[in-house]
Ligand binder design. Structure first.
Ligand SMILES: [Zn+2]
Length: 259
């Protein structure tokens, strides 16, 4: 009976986390639009990029407003990007997933971390840049965690940062700019956040994903060999997989390799 109540309570909390995630996703959309242009993320209030009309409270409701409006602005009939509902739903799903794995302060830390990571994913996808301000935010959060709620020794974190940074610097030199400065900085911070061992798993998954998607885009002719594809999204996705299932993946690998 008690477990039944606990289960219901957890479900209710999960739904709350999902709904809050939708609204935070709506804010992340604003960040994705404005940060690359150097605009304030607070002022002015949300408006249509086509006609500048301020959005009504109804139009600020995530996902539902997109469906009701038929994907178009009421003022100028401009099509609203698919990115808006996708970011809202993705943020909600990511927060709910984090809720299944972490509790207390760990939950809030990961929600913050992956909130910023989602913004990085979409800005890199649309603009092929990773803003320094966002990487600095992740670095600040990593330092706070390492100072107050450490889950790994300083040496593991620092070696991770050093490994990630030097590896990607080398890649940037060898590929003559195929890997951007933003990627180098992001991987350095990810190395510090994950530690060197988990970073290797993140990089393995990111290169696997990047290789697969890159290969498919080349084969289908959607991209040419000289077109670059943003690597940031793969780093973000790989990081999330390692945060959620890293231990199981390593256990499975050790199991099949017979180490
Ligand atoms: Zn409009």
């Amino acid at each position: 009976m008690l477990t039944d109540l606990n289960w219901k309570g957890r479900c209710a909390k999960m739904i709350l986390v999902f709904v809050v995630g939708l609204f935070i996703g709506s804010f992340l959309n604003v960040c994705i639009c404005r940060i690359p242009n150097g605009e304030s993320i607070v002022f002015p209030s949300s408006h249509c990029p086509g006609c500048g009309r301020s959005l009504t409270p109804w139009e600020l409701i995530p996902v539902i407003s997109f469906i009701i409006q038929g994907c178009r602005c009421k003022g100028c009939n401009r099509q609203i990007s698919w990115r808006y509902p996708v970011v809202e739903l993705l943020t909600a799903a990511v927060f709910a997933a984090i809720f299944t794995r972490f509790s207390g302060i760990d939950f809030y830390i990961h929600v913050l971390f992956y909130g910023v990571m989602i913004v990085i994913l979409f800005i890199d996808l649309e603009n092929q840049i990773i803003p320094n301000s966002l990487v600095l935010l992740l670095l600040g959060l990593s330092l706070l965690v390492q100072l107050f709620w450490p889950v790994q020794p300083w040496t593991t974190a620092l070696l991770g940062g050093l490994l990630g940074g030097s590896l990607f610097l080398l890649l940037a030199i060898v590929s003559r700019g195929g890997m951007g400065g933003g990627d180098i900085k992001l991987v350095t911070v990810l190395g510090f956040w994950f530690g060197w061992a988990s970073l290797l798993l993140v990089l393995f998954l990111a290169f696997l994903g990047g290789g697969l998607v890159g290969g498919i885009l080349l084969l289908t002719g959607l991209k040419k060999r000289k077109d670059g594809i943003a690597f940031g999204p793969f780093l973000v996705l790989a990081s999330f997989i390692v945060t959620m299932w890293g231990k199981q993946l390593l256990g499975w690998y050790i199991g099949i390799s017979g180490l």
